[in-house]
Design a protein around this ligand. Structure first.
Ligand code: UTP
Length: 420
């Protein structure tokens, strides 16, 4: 009884009295589960995150400089061979693992179910995004005579559906014993008054804590330990929604080894100076992905002596880390960003409200916010038409339609090359 009183007191202190009313109506298991959930919440952290949504973003005086990159297209044959050899040797030794971040909500796409289960309408029959990823991995496995351990990060919300889908499709022929599905962490959603939303299941609504949660979830799930046991030295982390993502690029791996860095990233050059993408830079001495909103306009247009944009390397969620880097980052807290989104909830009368407009904050950390923990990063510029076909929006830019076109054109070019 005292315990329930403690929970009620906490809810009062943090202005969550609507939950007390809900608790009064609940009985048995539902009540116990809600109390257990409340007792696990870090209220202090949540209120701090809420307060931050009210603060104006301060653009500090930052020292922003360009970061060097290698353009894959412009490497000499010798340079490329040297890097590829370094990468291939590490790969063949079985030191490479891949992580797919598949815990996102995919709200912009609006597909029901995990994003990886979205079927891209390619070649008439269509291919699921997970299927495209498997094909990419299988191609490398055959080429280098290895089996790459594949770790798939899901959210609590989509974990069961992801497992079911992959089981049903027999992992699209990927050896099941090399696939590990793990779940990322979550944080509660808050409305504009700082109150927790209640879901249909009568629990506080929570959502994934962003793709930056990958690092800590790799540790918490035991995947990091598993990788160490397997002798993995390099971990590629990529998104689930890029139909042209190359999860195994020996030039990228070779470059990381050659430059002795802990992180290497594949970029594509901005389509135009004002494209709304984050680009690589060095900020206050550390590598960083700077949002387009934070990059001064003059800098966005600056070109170097070759006429190339100085801040033109876009981050495309195609990152490679040493296991030591993951070890280090997984112990450090990342900053949280808030996203204002539309989320349904149960009101005090028990009625479900489905808002059309954003009504609540979701808190996320980003994978690239960890770059600044390091002094250096190696960047390899890839080619947009070879490396980047994102499926983000239902229509327009970065939609299934644009991804289908890019995907089919890419494979047409490969066939042409093969047939020459
Ligand atoms: P996005 O940031 O584009 O988010 O994810 P999203 O969830 O796919 O789409 P929207 O913004 O709701 O429309 C980029 C990558 O990071 C993963 C996604 O699954 C995708 O591969 N991600 C994102 C996670 O794994 N967890 C998260 O909490 C967020």
């Amino acid at each position: 009884m005292d315990k329930i009183q403690d929970t009620i007191d906490t809810l009062k202190v943090y202005n969550q009295t609507h939950i007390i009313k809900i608790l009064e109506k609940l009985e048995g298991k539902q009540k116990t589960e809600l109390i257990e959930q409340i007792n696990k919440i870090d209220f202090h952290q949540m209120m701090e995150l809420y307060d931050n949504t009210k603060k104006e973003i301060q653009i500090k005086e930052n020292k922003i400089e360009p970061l060097p990159y290698l353009d894959k297209e412009k490497l000499s044959i010798e340079q490329k061979e040297e890097l590829d050899m370094l990468g291939e040797v590490a790969l063949r030794k079985g030191e490479y693992a891949v992580v797919t971040m598949a815990g996102g909500q995919g709200t912009r796409l609006g597909h029901i179910g995990p994003k990886g289960t979205f079927k891209l309408d390619v070649y008439g029959k269509g291919k699921y995004l997970f299927e495209i990823l498997v094909e990419n991995l299988k191609e490398s496995n055959t080429k280098y005579d290895i089996i790459i351990p594949w770790y798939i990060m899901t959210s609590k919300e989509n974990n069961a559906a992801t497992k079911k889908f992959l089981e049903k499709n027999n992992y699209f022929g990927y050896p099941k014993e090399y696939v590990t599905i793990f779940t990322q962490g979550e944080l509660p959603l808050l409305d504009t008054d700082g109150k927790f939303l209640i879901g249909k299941d009568m629990k506080i609504k929570e959502a994934s804590d962003g793709n930056g949660g990958t690092y800590s979830s790799l540790r918490a799930s035991g995947c990091l330990a598993d990788m160490k046991e397997k002798g993995i030295k390099w971990i590629f982390i990529g998104s689930v929604d890029n139909a042209l993502l190359k999860m195994v690029d020996i030039t990228l791996l070779g470059m990381a080894i050659n430059e002795g860095v802990q992180i290497a990233s594949k970029s594509v050059v901005k389509a135009n100076p004002h494209e709304r993408v984050g680009v690589f830079c060095r900020m206050n001495g550390h590598p960083k992905v700077i949002e387009y909103t934070e990059l001064p306009e003059k800098m966005a247009e600056e070109v170097d002596e070759n006429g190339e944009l100085k801040y033109g390397e876009s981050h495309i969620m195609c990152n490679l880390f040493s296991i030591e880097a993951i070890e280090k980052i997984s112990k450090e807290p990342l900053m949280y960003h808030s996203a204002f989104k539309a989320n349904s909830y149960i009101d005090e009368e028990g009625k479900e409200i489905i808002p059309k407009e954003p009504n609540s904050y979701k808190f996320e950390s980003f994978i690239f916010d960890a770059f600044e923990f390091f002094d250096d990063i190696a960047i390899l510029r890839g080619k947009r038409e070879d490396d980047f076909a994102p499926v983000k929006n239902r229509e327009g830019v970065d939609s299934p339609k644009t991804a289908k076109e890019l995907y089919e054109k890419y494979w047409e070019r490969q066939n042409v090359i093969v047939n020459v």
